[in-house]
Design a protein around this ligand. Sequence first.
Ligand code: HEC
Length: 289
Amino acid sequence: MTEIPEHLLKRSRERRDAIGQGGDAAPAADAPATAVEKSASATPAAAPPPPSGPAGRTASAEPAAPKPAKPDPHYVVAAKQRRKVPFWAMATLSLMPVWGFVYVRALTEGGEVSEGPLAAGAEIYGNCASCHGGGGGGGVGYAFTEGEVLKTFPNIEDQVRYVYYGTEQYNLAGVEVYGNPDREGGPHLTGEQGVMPGFGGQLSAYEIVEVICHERYTLGGADPTSEEYAAEYEAWCSGEAPVFEAVESGELDLLALEEAEEFDVNGETVIVVPVGPAPVAGRPGASGE
Ligand code: HEC
């Protein structure tokens, strides 16, 4: 083993002290080093990133000064200045299939679409579903399905009157049978099943026509192409039904009508009979009579 001369060891120790690597060799340097270690290990627990940390930390933070940004090359500048695709373009493009669909439909339109009174009537029917069932299958009130409502009201005008006035007014007027007295399966007697509220105060006349179209054609199953209902459907419930349009515009006041009025529907005459100013006893007869 080679002995290192004491004076060399001392010089080495001094040198290390001078550059701050005191280490275990110098007991004098030991105390401050532990103090720094302690404060350094105590601080992070209390507050993880302390800006007022020990001196060593501030020194190490300095080299993080940001480098000056390099200017963009000309092609990047050009790309940044180019006009972007407008934000609404994607939304517009995504509607292309819908537009295509509508376009093709417009070209090939043949039959009648479920629009107008029927579509609106389906919404208004929300007022009726609680008692008559969402699909018209009945509940507290009668069912409309499988032609039931058509048996009661062969004339759509009678149904308008009934929904407008409701059970109470029929009772007050002393009307015992509403709808067709010769009804298949027996006539419906006022109040027999319960109380049908009058909707005259709640819905306007054209809304009542809408919901009745829904009850007769969508729920009741009347066939708009059948001999029996074609004229009524075209006049009252189709997309461009003239009677409905007259009621909706206010031109025709169903309740104030005094005598039957004729409508020309595709070259055929459809007669609208007065609905009311008051409930009347049911009467037999075919639709539109
Ligand atoms: C609170 C429950 C209730 C609500 C809501 C209701 N109805 Fe009625 N409806 C009845 C009852 C009960 C009867 C049977 C009345 C009777 O026995 O005299 C009836 C009868 C009817 C009839 C006659 C059916 C037949 O074949 O005799 C029609 C049409 C009708 N309602 C349409 C409507 C429409 C349209 C609405 C919504 C705008 C509606 N009802 C909302 C309870 C209701």
